[in-house]
Design a protein around this ligand. Structure first.
Ligand code: MCN
Length: 792
């Protein structure tokens, strides 16, 4: 029997190629292409008075200079606002090249195309843009004060205000035996993938077709945006995603100005054009996230039951809103995690500031929400003198309450309904794993040695596998090999491996015979993209369904050839066999030949020729209702999102003198339903934990009052390196299946990052004995907090 691969920790098939340096990234392509550079705003807020390009025209090798005035109608319009929301009454997007006002440092003003990047940079350096500086609005307090406006026609800098409420919050708070109030702050951060953004475009002057390569998370999104902006039919634009060196959310399509300008220039010039951003450009012109301030009131009883929660928060959206209110809506709805307050109100303002735009970064609004909720849980425990896990347990949604409807509307516009999970069981596992009950003894022993240690935990729930759909095409070749295509893209998640595992199981073929292609609109043209931990649920399900269709077709054709009933057939190791009749068998490759004998004419391999000899050309190749080929194509569209969950526990040591914070242990219990590949899921968790540690201890975008980003390089932007990421992250799984998809799976790609800051804050709080209300926290900030608390 073929071994079932679903659930096996199969090694990633893509790694050998990538580790040997055989990957093909955007910058490895298009050696014949012209390259471009952008003149970007040095001001956070300014009027553009004039652009003088005369000196740049002298640069040898210059090919073209474009300003806003050069853009044709469609490109001269502001970029589209994707995923609009009724509450977003003041949505403003940017122009591909600044028209009259720039609103953040790094906004593109002039595009320069030259023989190579060096010459393009030389020419860009000779362009003079005259600006009249305007007062910048930097940070949430300045945006709220609204002394100055980012967009002159947006009062109060408020892009959107949204309130959701369930139950009588004010009434319950008024009657609650205890009420606490907290102000909680999370700093601005960013994805910072190793490979920045990049686009290459070739215009074919004969066929009038565009071919593009983009380091993107959504090739179909790029295609749609470019086709619309250039007035082309979708069919006339191909977008191919080469190897991508990380995305983490920042490469979801907006589209970027550069993404539409580069193909437009390629068509204008009739020559290939390429843009690869440098690191500084990534910091100042890609996208950030996280920055939020929250004011919370929580009412609870003597046993620690959360009766009412009232959360008011302010979201720093940056200078423009490329797509909807995704991040703050996720915070508002996912903040509740595994808990069920009797009454809940959440209200947010999305604010414009003169800083870079904000779009989802791995976790997307959840790390902030979890930080808020878990600080509340710990504060309740502290006030009542209860164990922190006991307070959580008392507030958990129980497994027999699933599916659980919070009465809120999720970011996809559908009701927020949890489908599965067993929070008490997860917590029991976590307590066991970290040794929660034994920690008091460890603390006492450490204290005796003059060491200060603390333990903390944080729980979260994550909506994953967001719709609307994903599709797949599975084809059995005459060689017996299987080609699988799905439209979403890959940035390092190991999709080639897991999707091959699914197909190998469904079709009964060796995994080595399965080849998976993602993110190439020529192979599969309808797709949404890779974000929101949706690939496993969405494409995984579509691939399983498509493989089942291909299998059914293979059995029909084989049954005919073997004169057997399809129900009596099995496929093992790529061979269709009549169960219980040794020797009555036919290879899948031969089945593919039989399903379409004409194929041999285009396939000169010796193997196919031999297979053709088996075919009986006197009979029609396919049944009356069948199409030629052993293929399956299907789409998966879920009723609603499926909710993964997890809990992290952290033990830290804080240096009594220097306030240095060291993570001693990091434990994870995670529930993403049945694991397709535990090794890949654990790798995803490790990567996420690293980013969570960054959010807790290091990463912040340090804007000064003038709106200049002070740490726009890897020399200055602190992030955890291998030396700071905890060694030996300990992971345990709970697998409660989702009823919402054929494989029962839930997403895993963001899980590791979500509770990191909250759990680390809790551990520091436990070590120090005073509340931590802002993230990240540096040793100097901890030192300062100690001073404040010791002074009372
Ligand atoms: N998986 C599994 N079993 C499950 C669930 C998932 O084996 N029950 C596997 C999947 O098959 C996939 C991986 O785990 O190989 C992650 O799956 P999923 O949760 O579906 O997430 P996506 O594949 O949709 O990836 C997106 C997610 C997001 S939103 C961000 S941000 C992120 C992340 O993945 N960006 C990444 N992980 C990343 N990893 C890398 N290396 N680079 C990025 O940019």
């Amino acid at each position: 029997m073929t071994t079932r691969l679903f659930g096996e920790p199969v090694a990633r098939v893509e790694d050998e190629r990538l580790l040997r340096g055989h990957g093909g990234y955007l910058d490895d392509l298009g050696n014949d292409a012209l390259e471009c550079a952008f003149v970007r705003s040095p001001h956070a807020h300014a009027r553009v008075d004039g652009i003088d390009v005369d000196d740049a025209l002298e640069v040898d090798g210059l090919v073209a200079i474009y300003t806003y005035e050069d853009l044709p109608d469609r490109l001269a319009e502001p970029l589209p606002l994707l995923i609009p929301h009724p509450a977003l009454t003041q949505g403003r997007t940017q122009y591909a090249l600044a028209r009259d006002v720039v609103r953040h440092v790094g906004e593109p003003v002039v595009m320069v195309v030259a023989r190579n990047r060096y010459l393009a940079e030389d020419a860009a350096g000779k362009i003079t843009v005259s600006y009249t500086p305007l007062p910048p609005v930097v940070g949430i307090p300045a945006a709220r004060a609204a002394e100055h406006l980012v967009h002159a026609d947006v009062p109060g800098n408020v892009a959107a205000n949204l309130v959701q409420q369930v139950g009588d919050v004010d009434g319950v708070l008024a009657r609650a035996p205890h009420v606490l109030e907290l102000d909680l702050h999370v700093e601005r951060s960013a994805s910072t993938p190793l490979e920045g953004r990049g686009v290459l475009a070739r215009w074919d002057t004969e066929s009038h077709r565009l071919r593009m390569w983009s380091s993107t998370q959504t090739s179909t999104g790029v295609r749609a945006a470019v086709a619309a902006k250039l007035g082309l039919a979708l069919m006339d634009v191909d977008v191919i995603t080469p190897d991508v060196g990380g995305g983490f959310g920042v490469k979801i399509v907006h589209p970027w100005p550069e993404e539409v300008l580069v193909p437009w220039a390629a068509r204008q010039l009739g020559r290939p054009v390429k843009f690869v951003e440098d690191r500084r450009e990534h910091f100042i012109s890609a996208a950030h996230e996280r920055a939020q301030e929250h004011h919370v009131r929580a009412g609870f009883d003597d046993e620690g039951h959360l009766l009412a929660l009232d959360v008011r928060f302010w979201h720093d959206h940056g200078a423009y809103i490329p797509y909807g209110l995704i991040v703050p809506i996720i915070t508002s709805t996912q903040l509740l995690g595994p808990y069920k307050p009797r009454a809940y109100r959440v209200e947010f303002d999305s604010l414009y500031t003169n800083t870079l735009i904000v779009t989802p970064y791995r976790g997307a609004g959840r790390p902030q929400g979890v930080f808020v909720m878990e600080r509340v849980m710990d504060a309740i425990a502290r006030e009542l003198g209860l164990d922190r896990t006991a307070v959580r347990e008392r507030n958990f949604i129980r497994p027999d309450e699933m599916p659980y409807d919070h009465g809120l509307i999720f970011q996809d516009g559908r009701p927020l309904i949890y489908d599965s999970g067993d929070f008490p069981a997860s917590l029991a596992k976590l307590k066991d794993l970290v040794g929660w009950d034994e920690f008091a003894a460890y603390r006492a022993q450490a204290a005796a040695e003059g060491r200060r240690v603390g333990i903390g935990l944080a729980c979260y729930v994550e909506g994953t596998g967001v719709g609307p759909y994903e599709g797949a095409h599975v084809v059995v070749e005459t060689s017996g090999k299987v080609k699988v295509s799905t439209g979403l893209t890959t940035q390092g998640q190991g999709h080639q491996t897991v999707f091959a595992q699914i197909v190998a199981d469904e079709l009964g073929v060796p995994m080595s015979d399965v080849e998976v292609v993602t993110g190439d609109t020529r192979r599969f043209g309808y797709a949404v993209g890779t974000f929101a931990s949706r690939a496993a649920v969405m494409s995984g399900s579509a691939i399983a369904l498509a493989a089942r269709a291909a299998r059914a077709k293979a059995l029909r054709v084989a049954a005919d050839a073997l004169e057997a009933d399809p129900d009596d057939l099995e496929i093992v190791d790529g061979v269709v066999r009549v169960v219980g009749s040794p020797g009555a068998e036919i290879s899948l490759g031969t089945v593919a030949v039989l399903s379409n004998p004409l194929r041999y004419a285009f396939d000169d391999s010796a193997q196919a020729a031999t297979q053709f000899a088996v075919g009986d050309t006197s009979k029609p190749p396919v049944g009356e209702d069948d199409e030629p080929g052993v293929e399956g194509r299907d789409y998966f569209s879920p009723m609603r999102s499926t909710f993964a969950n997890g809990m992290h526990a952290v033990i830290v040591e804080t240096d009594p003198d220097t306030a240095e914070i060291t993570i001693l242990r990091y434990c994870v219990v995670h529930d993403c339903g049945p694991l397709i590949n535990p090794r890949i899921v654990e790798g995803q968790i490790h990567g996420g934990v690293a980013q969570g540690v960054g959010g807790a201890l290091y990463e912040r975008m340090a804007y000064d009052e003038a709106g200049q980003l002070q740490n726009a390089s890897f020399m200055d932007f602190l992030m955890p390196y291998v030396t700071e990421v905890p060694r030996g992250i300990e992971i345990d799984h709970l697998e409660t299946p989702s009823p919402l998809n054929p494989l029962g799976i839930k997403g895993a790609g963001e899980a590791g990052v979500i509770p990191g800051a909250a759990a680390i804050a809790a551990a520091i709080e436990d070590a120090e004995g005073f509340p931590i209300t802002a993230m990240p926290i540096s040793p100097s900030e901890l030192f300062e907090l100690r001073r404040k608390h010791s002074e009372g």
